[in-house]
Design a protein around this ligand. Structure first.
Ligand code: F6R
Length: 256
């Protein structure tokens, strides 16, 4: 894992934007996996303003609440379409987001995995991390080899996302999520985390053991994972200074 520590959220978003744009320049028909949540908003804003063409990019996403259709204001699909996909002019035929309003979740999950395979796999997957170590909706205890499937959510996770909905209702207690195994098959992972409330879990997933109790710790086994943090989220890392030194000096490799 490469750990990049930026001074603040703006710096984090700038770095994340440079990474996505470099992948897009390399491959205009990039297969891009999107994340919802607060953390990537700065990245999406910068990509919207970049003027880059996303016309050929194929899009997937990480997860969706069960019961919420694409037009529901709390659905992840609505979030991604309004904040990112519509403004960058994503081609409708290139967008395959998970649907939470289907009758058969298992069939939707199978179809989704098939669609990812049909696109040749995900080139770059954007990720955030929950305070409990989840990636997508793979909560602690999730199989580290899991595939896209329905999952039961914790009340804490629901509270983080959904306003004013009964957390005990069936509609909001379940979700569909890409599995940890599915995420790990993406050719490159870009994990973003910011703020002091993420410092403890960042320390655990970057420098702790690989364990299903912290699903994000599985990133340690990925061949090409970049973790971009702000100072606050990096505050608990033992080797913080070393990561900074590596980032500032890696350009020297191969120089005389
Ligand atoms: C979003 C997702 C979640 C979030 C995580 C962090 O699609 O799958 O795993 O990335 O909960 O959320 P924020 O960025 O709001 O702290």
């Amino acid at each position: 894992m490469e750990i990049v520590i930026r001074p603040d959220y703006d710096g984090l978003s700038d770095t994340a934007c440079s990474i996505v744009r470099a992948e897009l320049a390399r491959k205009p028909d990039l297969v891009l996996g999107l994340a919802t949540g607060r953390t990537p908003l700065g990245l999406y804003e910068r990509l919207r303003k970049s003027g880059d063409s996303f016309a050929k990019v194929r899009f997937f996403d990480l997860d969706e609440f069960y019961g919420l259709g694409p037009s529901h204001p709390d659905s992840f699909q609505h979030f991604l379409r309004t904040r990112f996909l519509d403004p960058v002019g994503a081609a409708p035929g290139n967008v395959r987001l998970l649907r939470g309003d289907v009758a058969d979740l298992e069939a939707e999950a199978r179809d989704y995995e098939e669609a990812i395979r049909g696109a040749g796999g995900i080139d770059l997957q954007i990720l955030g991390i929950g305070r409990n170590g989840h990636i997508g909706f793979n909560e602690p205890g999730s199989s580290l080899g899991s595939r896209t499937r329905p999952k039961t959510l914790t009340p804490e996770v629901l509270a983080h996302y959904v306003r004013d909905i009964d957390p005990l209702s069936r509609m909001t207690s379940f979700a569909l999520t890409m599995g940890v195994g599915t995420i790990m098959e993406a050719r490159k992972l870009l994990m973003l985390a910011c703020g002091p409330e993420k410092a403890d879990i960042v320390r655990q997933f970057v420098e702790g053991p690989i364990t299903a109790e912290v699903p994000a710790s599985m990133l340690q086994l990925h061949r090409s994972a970049v973790v971009v943090l702000d100072e606050a989220a990096a505050a608990g890392l033992k080797r913080r200074d070393y990561y900074k030194w590596v980032f500032e000096n890696k350009w020297r490799v191969g120089q005389k």
